[in-house]
Write a protein that binds this ligand. Sequence first.
Ligand SMILES: [Zn+2]
Length: 221
Amino acid sequence: MLEALKAEVCEQNHELPANGLVVGSGGNVSGRDPETGLVVIKPSGVKFSKLTPEKMVVVDLEGTVIEGEMKPSVDTGIHLYIYRHRSDVFGITHTHSPYASSFAARGARIPAVTTPITHMLGRDVPCSRYATPGEVDTGAAIIEAAAGGWAVLVKAHGVFTMGKSATQATSIAMYLEEAAMTTHLALLHGPVDELPQSEIDRCYNWFNKNYGQAGQKQVKE
Ligand SMILES: [Zn+2]
């Protein structure tokens, strides 16, 4: 089970540079094993192209390394803070993807102006207060701003997305960046209408009932 999770977390880390969401070794994906509660995360400072499932680091919720030769990501404490406070989260993705982070740089939320992202989130993308880098303050700012949702911008920093798996969290990070880019481009032409929450709710419910194959996971991956 943990071997499968290592393979999934490694694969999803590779998706970040493949989709233009990160530069260098910045950004990270983790996943929580529902059986053991252990978390698999990217090692610190290793280039994405060099990542293999065997290099993934396994930690417990307090950050003790259970398996792996390398130090876990410097953001591990933030991931663990989120897992400790959100029992419904089994995957977390962190990026500094440029369009979404440009909203974060301004301390601005991403308004819900196109339907595809609302299918996944059921709301706009909130922006947290400024948080000192490090696990407790940033983790607390994310939990506060998310208010039970799946995506947050951290003011003056970047993007944290959550999901029921590492794959889902990464998928949300990709669609969130697309929505941020589209919204940014649309705003260049002038004001844009935000979708009313009643319509967002309708889209979200429709999508989650109909997307994908019957009996399979109901979220875009
Ligand atoms: Zn970061």
